[in-house]
Design a protein around this ligand. Structure first.
Ligand SMILES: *Cc1c(COP(=O)(O)O)cnc(C)c1O
Length: 499
């Protein structure tokens, strides 16, 4: 549907400095009713100045309009579909924000005596128990503040266990489809990384894995469903293989959106895993935090968990610091507590059947998008999708249009772009995760937009290559913006340079 686009606000907004005119004020003070004091003579001339160079002088309404107009340039989940794959950008119920602001929880202080914090401690204990049940694991720590820190915690637990058995071993095996944090984690925990290939179905090649595992292998880090949105169907065989050779299996659980209430990693033999509470359990994310990378483990890793651990003594929750084999603390206090409150509220409000339904809807939505787009885009790995689907731009590339160009054109249709060029094993990847919270109407609009772009590329690739057409700036130099960000206003910017 070329031309039929949702309109963005395209108005150019001047910088506050450029709106400034001398003498304007955002306030009015009453006349002095005490004798005036000359600041320079009271403070000393070296401590005062007549004016602050380039200080913007604007009225109150100018400030308000300026920032309100800027705020309308944001695209967020409250505006429309946010189909970024790998990140689960779903709508999170507002009511959980309210719950997180419950006075007793909001103002709880980490140094409050345990006797006065029993409610907050119970939130932690109940969430740990709920997550253990959901994952099929034995114990959970809520300390880590993000998925990546959860990974590091989990791998340090594995190292501690192997060390206690006499040899921490040297390497960690990671599939070629893994998220970049996995190899970074392994390296930070002192391991070298070995890659295992995917097979034609987009799953770990078990024979290739078997050939790699030896006495030096500490663990396999596996994401399930993996970053292609495909379930690792051989996971039970894989955990059996690793265990038979004295190695462990860490699961990156960032994609639990596809499993909650349906399958439990613990039942498949996973030893340790993390959950991204800010992806799966109702904390909005994308702005850099706060987050929570809860780590769930089997019994044999429990003694090494970060301390303190909560325990119940005579109907009272108390912290147990007597954990001689613990890897130590990984974060101050109890993690990002507000995120934990939201997660527990979300889990309790849904209940088991509700969580299961959310998973079914997420998987249904991803497969609906996949089927809708299959006629237009190439699917390199045709295995059934779980919560996300990954296309390649190979058909469009023949006409010179790549995944980034399609994403830019999608902005004209009023959608946030999907994840571009990840995972790396798909050439020119378009990674799409609609999540469970999208209606059929919204998904249909998205499919229409993507189909429309595919048709545009057939007829007029040049047009798509110049997209976006409906935003206030079109293509900007993204490399320069990242490498040499200009965040300071300097007097007399070059005319017409608004980017
Ligand atoms: C998001 C994500 C991570 C990292 O989690 P953060 O909370 O951003 O640190 C790791 N692995 C996968 C597969 C992810 O999607």
């Amino acid at each position: 549907m070329p031309g039929k686009t949702r309109q963005h606000i395209t108005r150019n907004e001047a910088l506050l400095f450029e709106l400034s005119s001398p003498g304007k004020r955002g306030y009015q003070l009453p006349d002095l009713d005490v004798p005036a004091v000359d600041a320079a003579s009271a403070l000393g001339p070296g401590n005062t100045r007549q004016e602050i160079e380039d200080f913007p002088e604007v009225s109150e309404v100018e400030v308000i309009r300026h920032f309100t107009r800027l705020s309308t340039w944001n695209y967020g989940i409250d505006l429309g579909l946010f189909p970024l794959g790998s990140c689960t950008m779903k709508y999170n119920p507002r009511v959980n924000e309210q719950v997180a602001r419950t006075e007793g929880l909001l103002w709880a202080h980490p140094y409050q005596p345990e006797a006065l914090a029993q409610g907050a401690l119970e939130v932690i204990a109940r969430l740990e128990a709920a997550l253990a049940e959901i994952t099929g694991m034995d114990a959970v720590t809520l300390e880590p503040a993000a998925g990546a820190q959860g990974e590091l915690t989990g791998v340090l637990l594995i190292r501690a266990l192997l060390e206690s058995r006499g040899n921490p071993r040297k390497k960690i095996i990671i599939p070629d489809s893994a998220h970049g944090t996995n190899p970074a984690t392994a390296a930070m925990a002192g391991y070298s990384v070995e890659n295992v290939k995917s097979n034609g179905h987009g799953m770990i090649d078990v024979d290739a894995l078997a050939a790699l595992v030896n006495q030096e292998t500490a663990a396999l880090m596996v994401t399930n469903p993996n970053t292609l949105g495909i379930f690792e169907q051989d996971v039970v065989r894989i955990t059996g293989l690793m265990h038979s050779r004295g190695a462990l299996v860490y699961m990156d659980g960032a994609n639990m959106n596809a499993l909650v209430g349906i399958a439990r990693p613990g039942d498949a033999g996973i030893d340790a895993m993390h959950l991204n509470l800010h992806k799966t359990f109702s904390t909005p994310h994308g702005g850099g935090g706060p987050g929570s990378g809860a780590v769930a483990v089997k019994k044999h890793l429990d003694p090494f968990l970060p301390y303190p651990r909560l325990k119940c003594v005579q109907d009272h929750w108390t912290f147990d610091y007597d954990r001689p084999r613990s890897i130590g603390k990984v974060r101050a206090f109890c993690g990002n507590f507000g995120v934990l409150v939201r997660a527990l509220a979300y889990i309790l409000a849904h209940g088991g059947p509700g969580l299961r339904q959310a998973t079914l809807d997420a998987v249904l939505n991803a497969n609906y998008v996949r089927k809708g787009l299959e006629p237009y885009y190439e699917l390199e790995y045709p295995s059934p999708s779980m919560h996300e689907c990954v296309f390649s731009d190979s058909r469009q590339a023949k006409r010179g249009v790549r995944t980034m160009d399609i994403a830019k054109r999608l902005i004209d249709y009023g959608f946030h772009p999907y994840t571009v060029a990840f995972p790396l094993i798909v050439h020119g990847a378009l990674m799409i995760e609609p999540t469970e919270t999208e209606s059929k109407q919204e998904l249909d609009l998205f499919i229409q937009a993507m189909a429309g772009i595919a048709k545009e590329i057939e007829q007029n690739p040049e047009f798509v290559l110049k997209a976006p057409h409906c935003t206030r700036t079109s293509r900007v130099d993204e490399v320069a913006a990242a490498r040499k960000p200009v965040v300071r206003w300097t007097r007399q910017p070059a005319a017409g340079k608004a980017d």
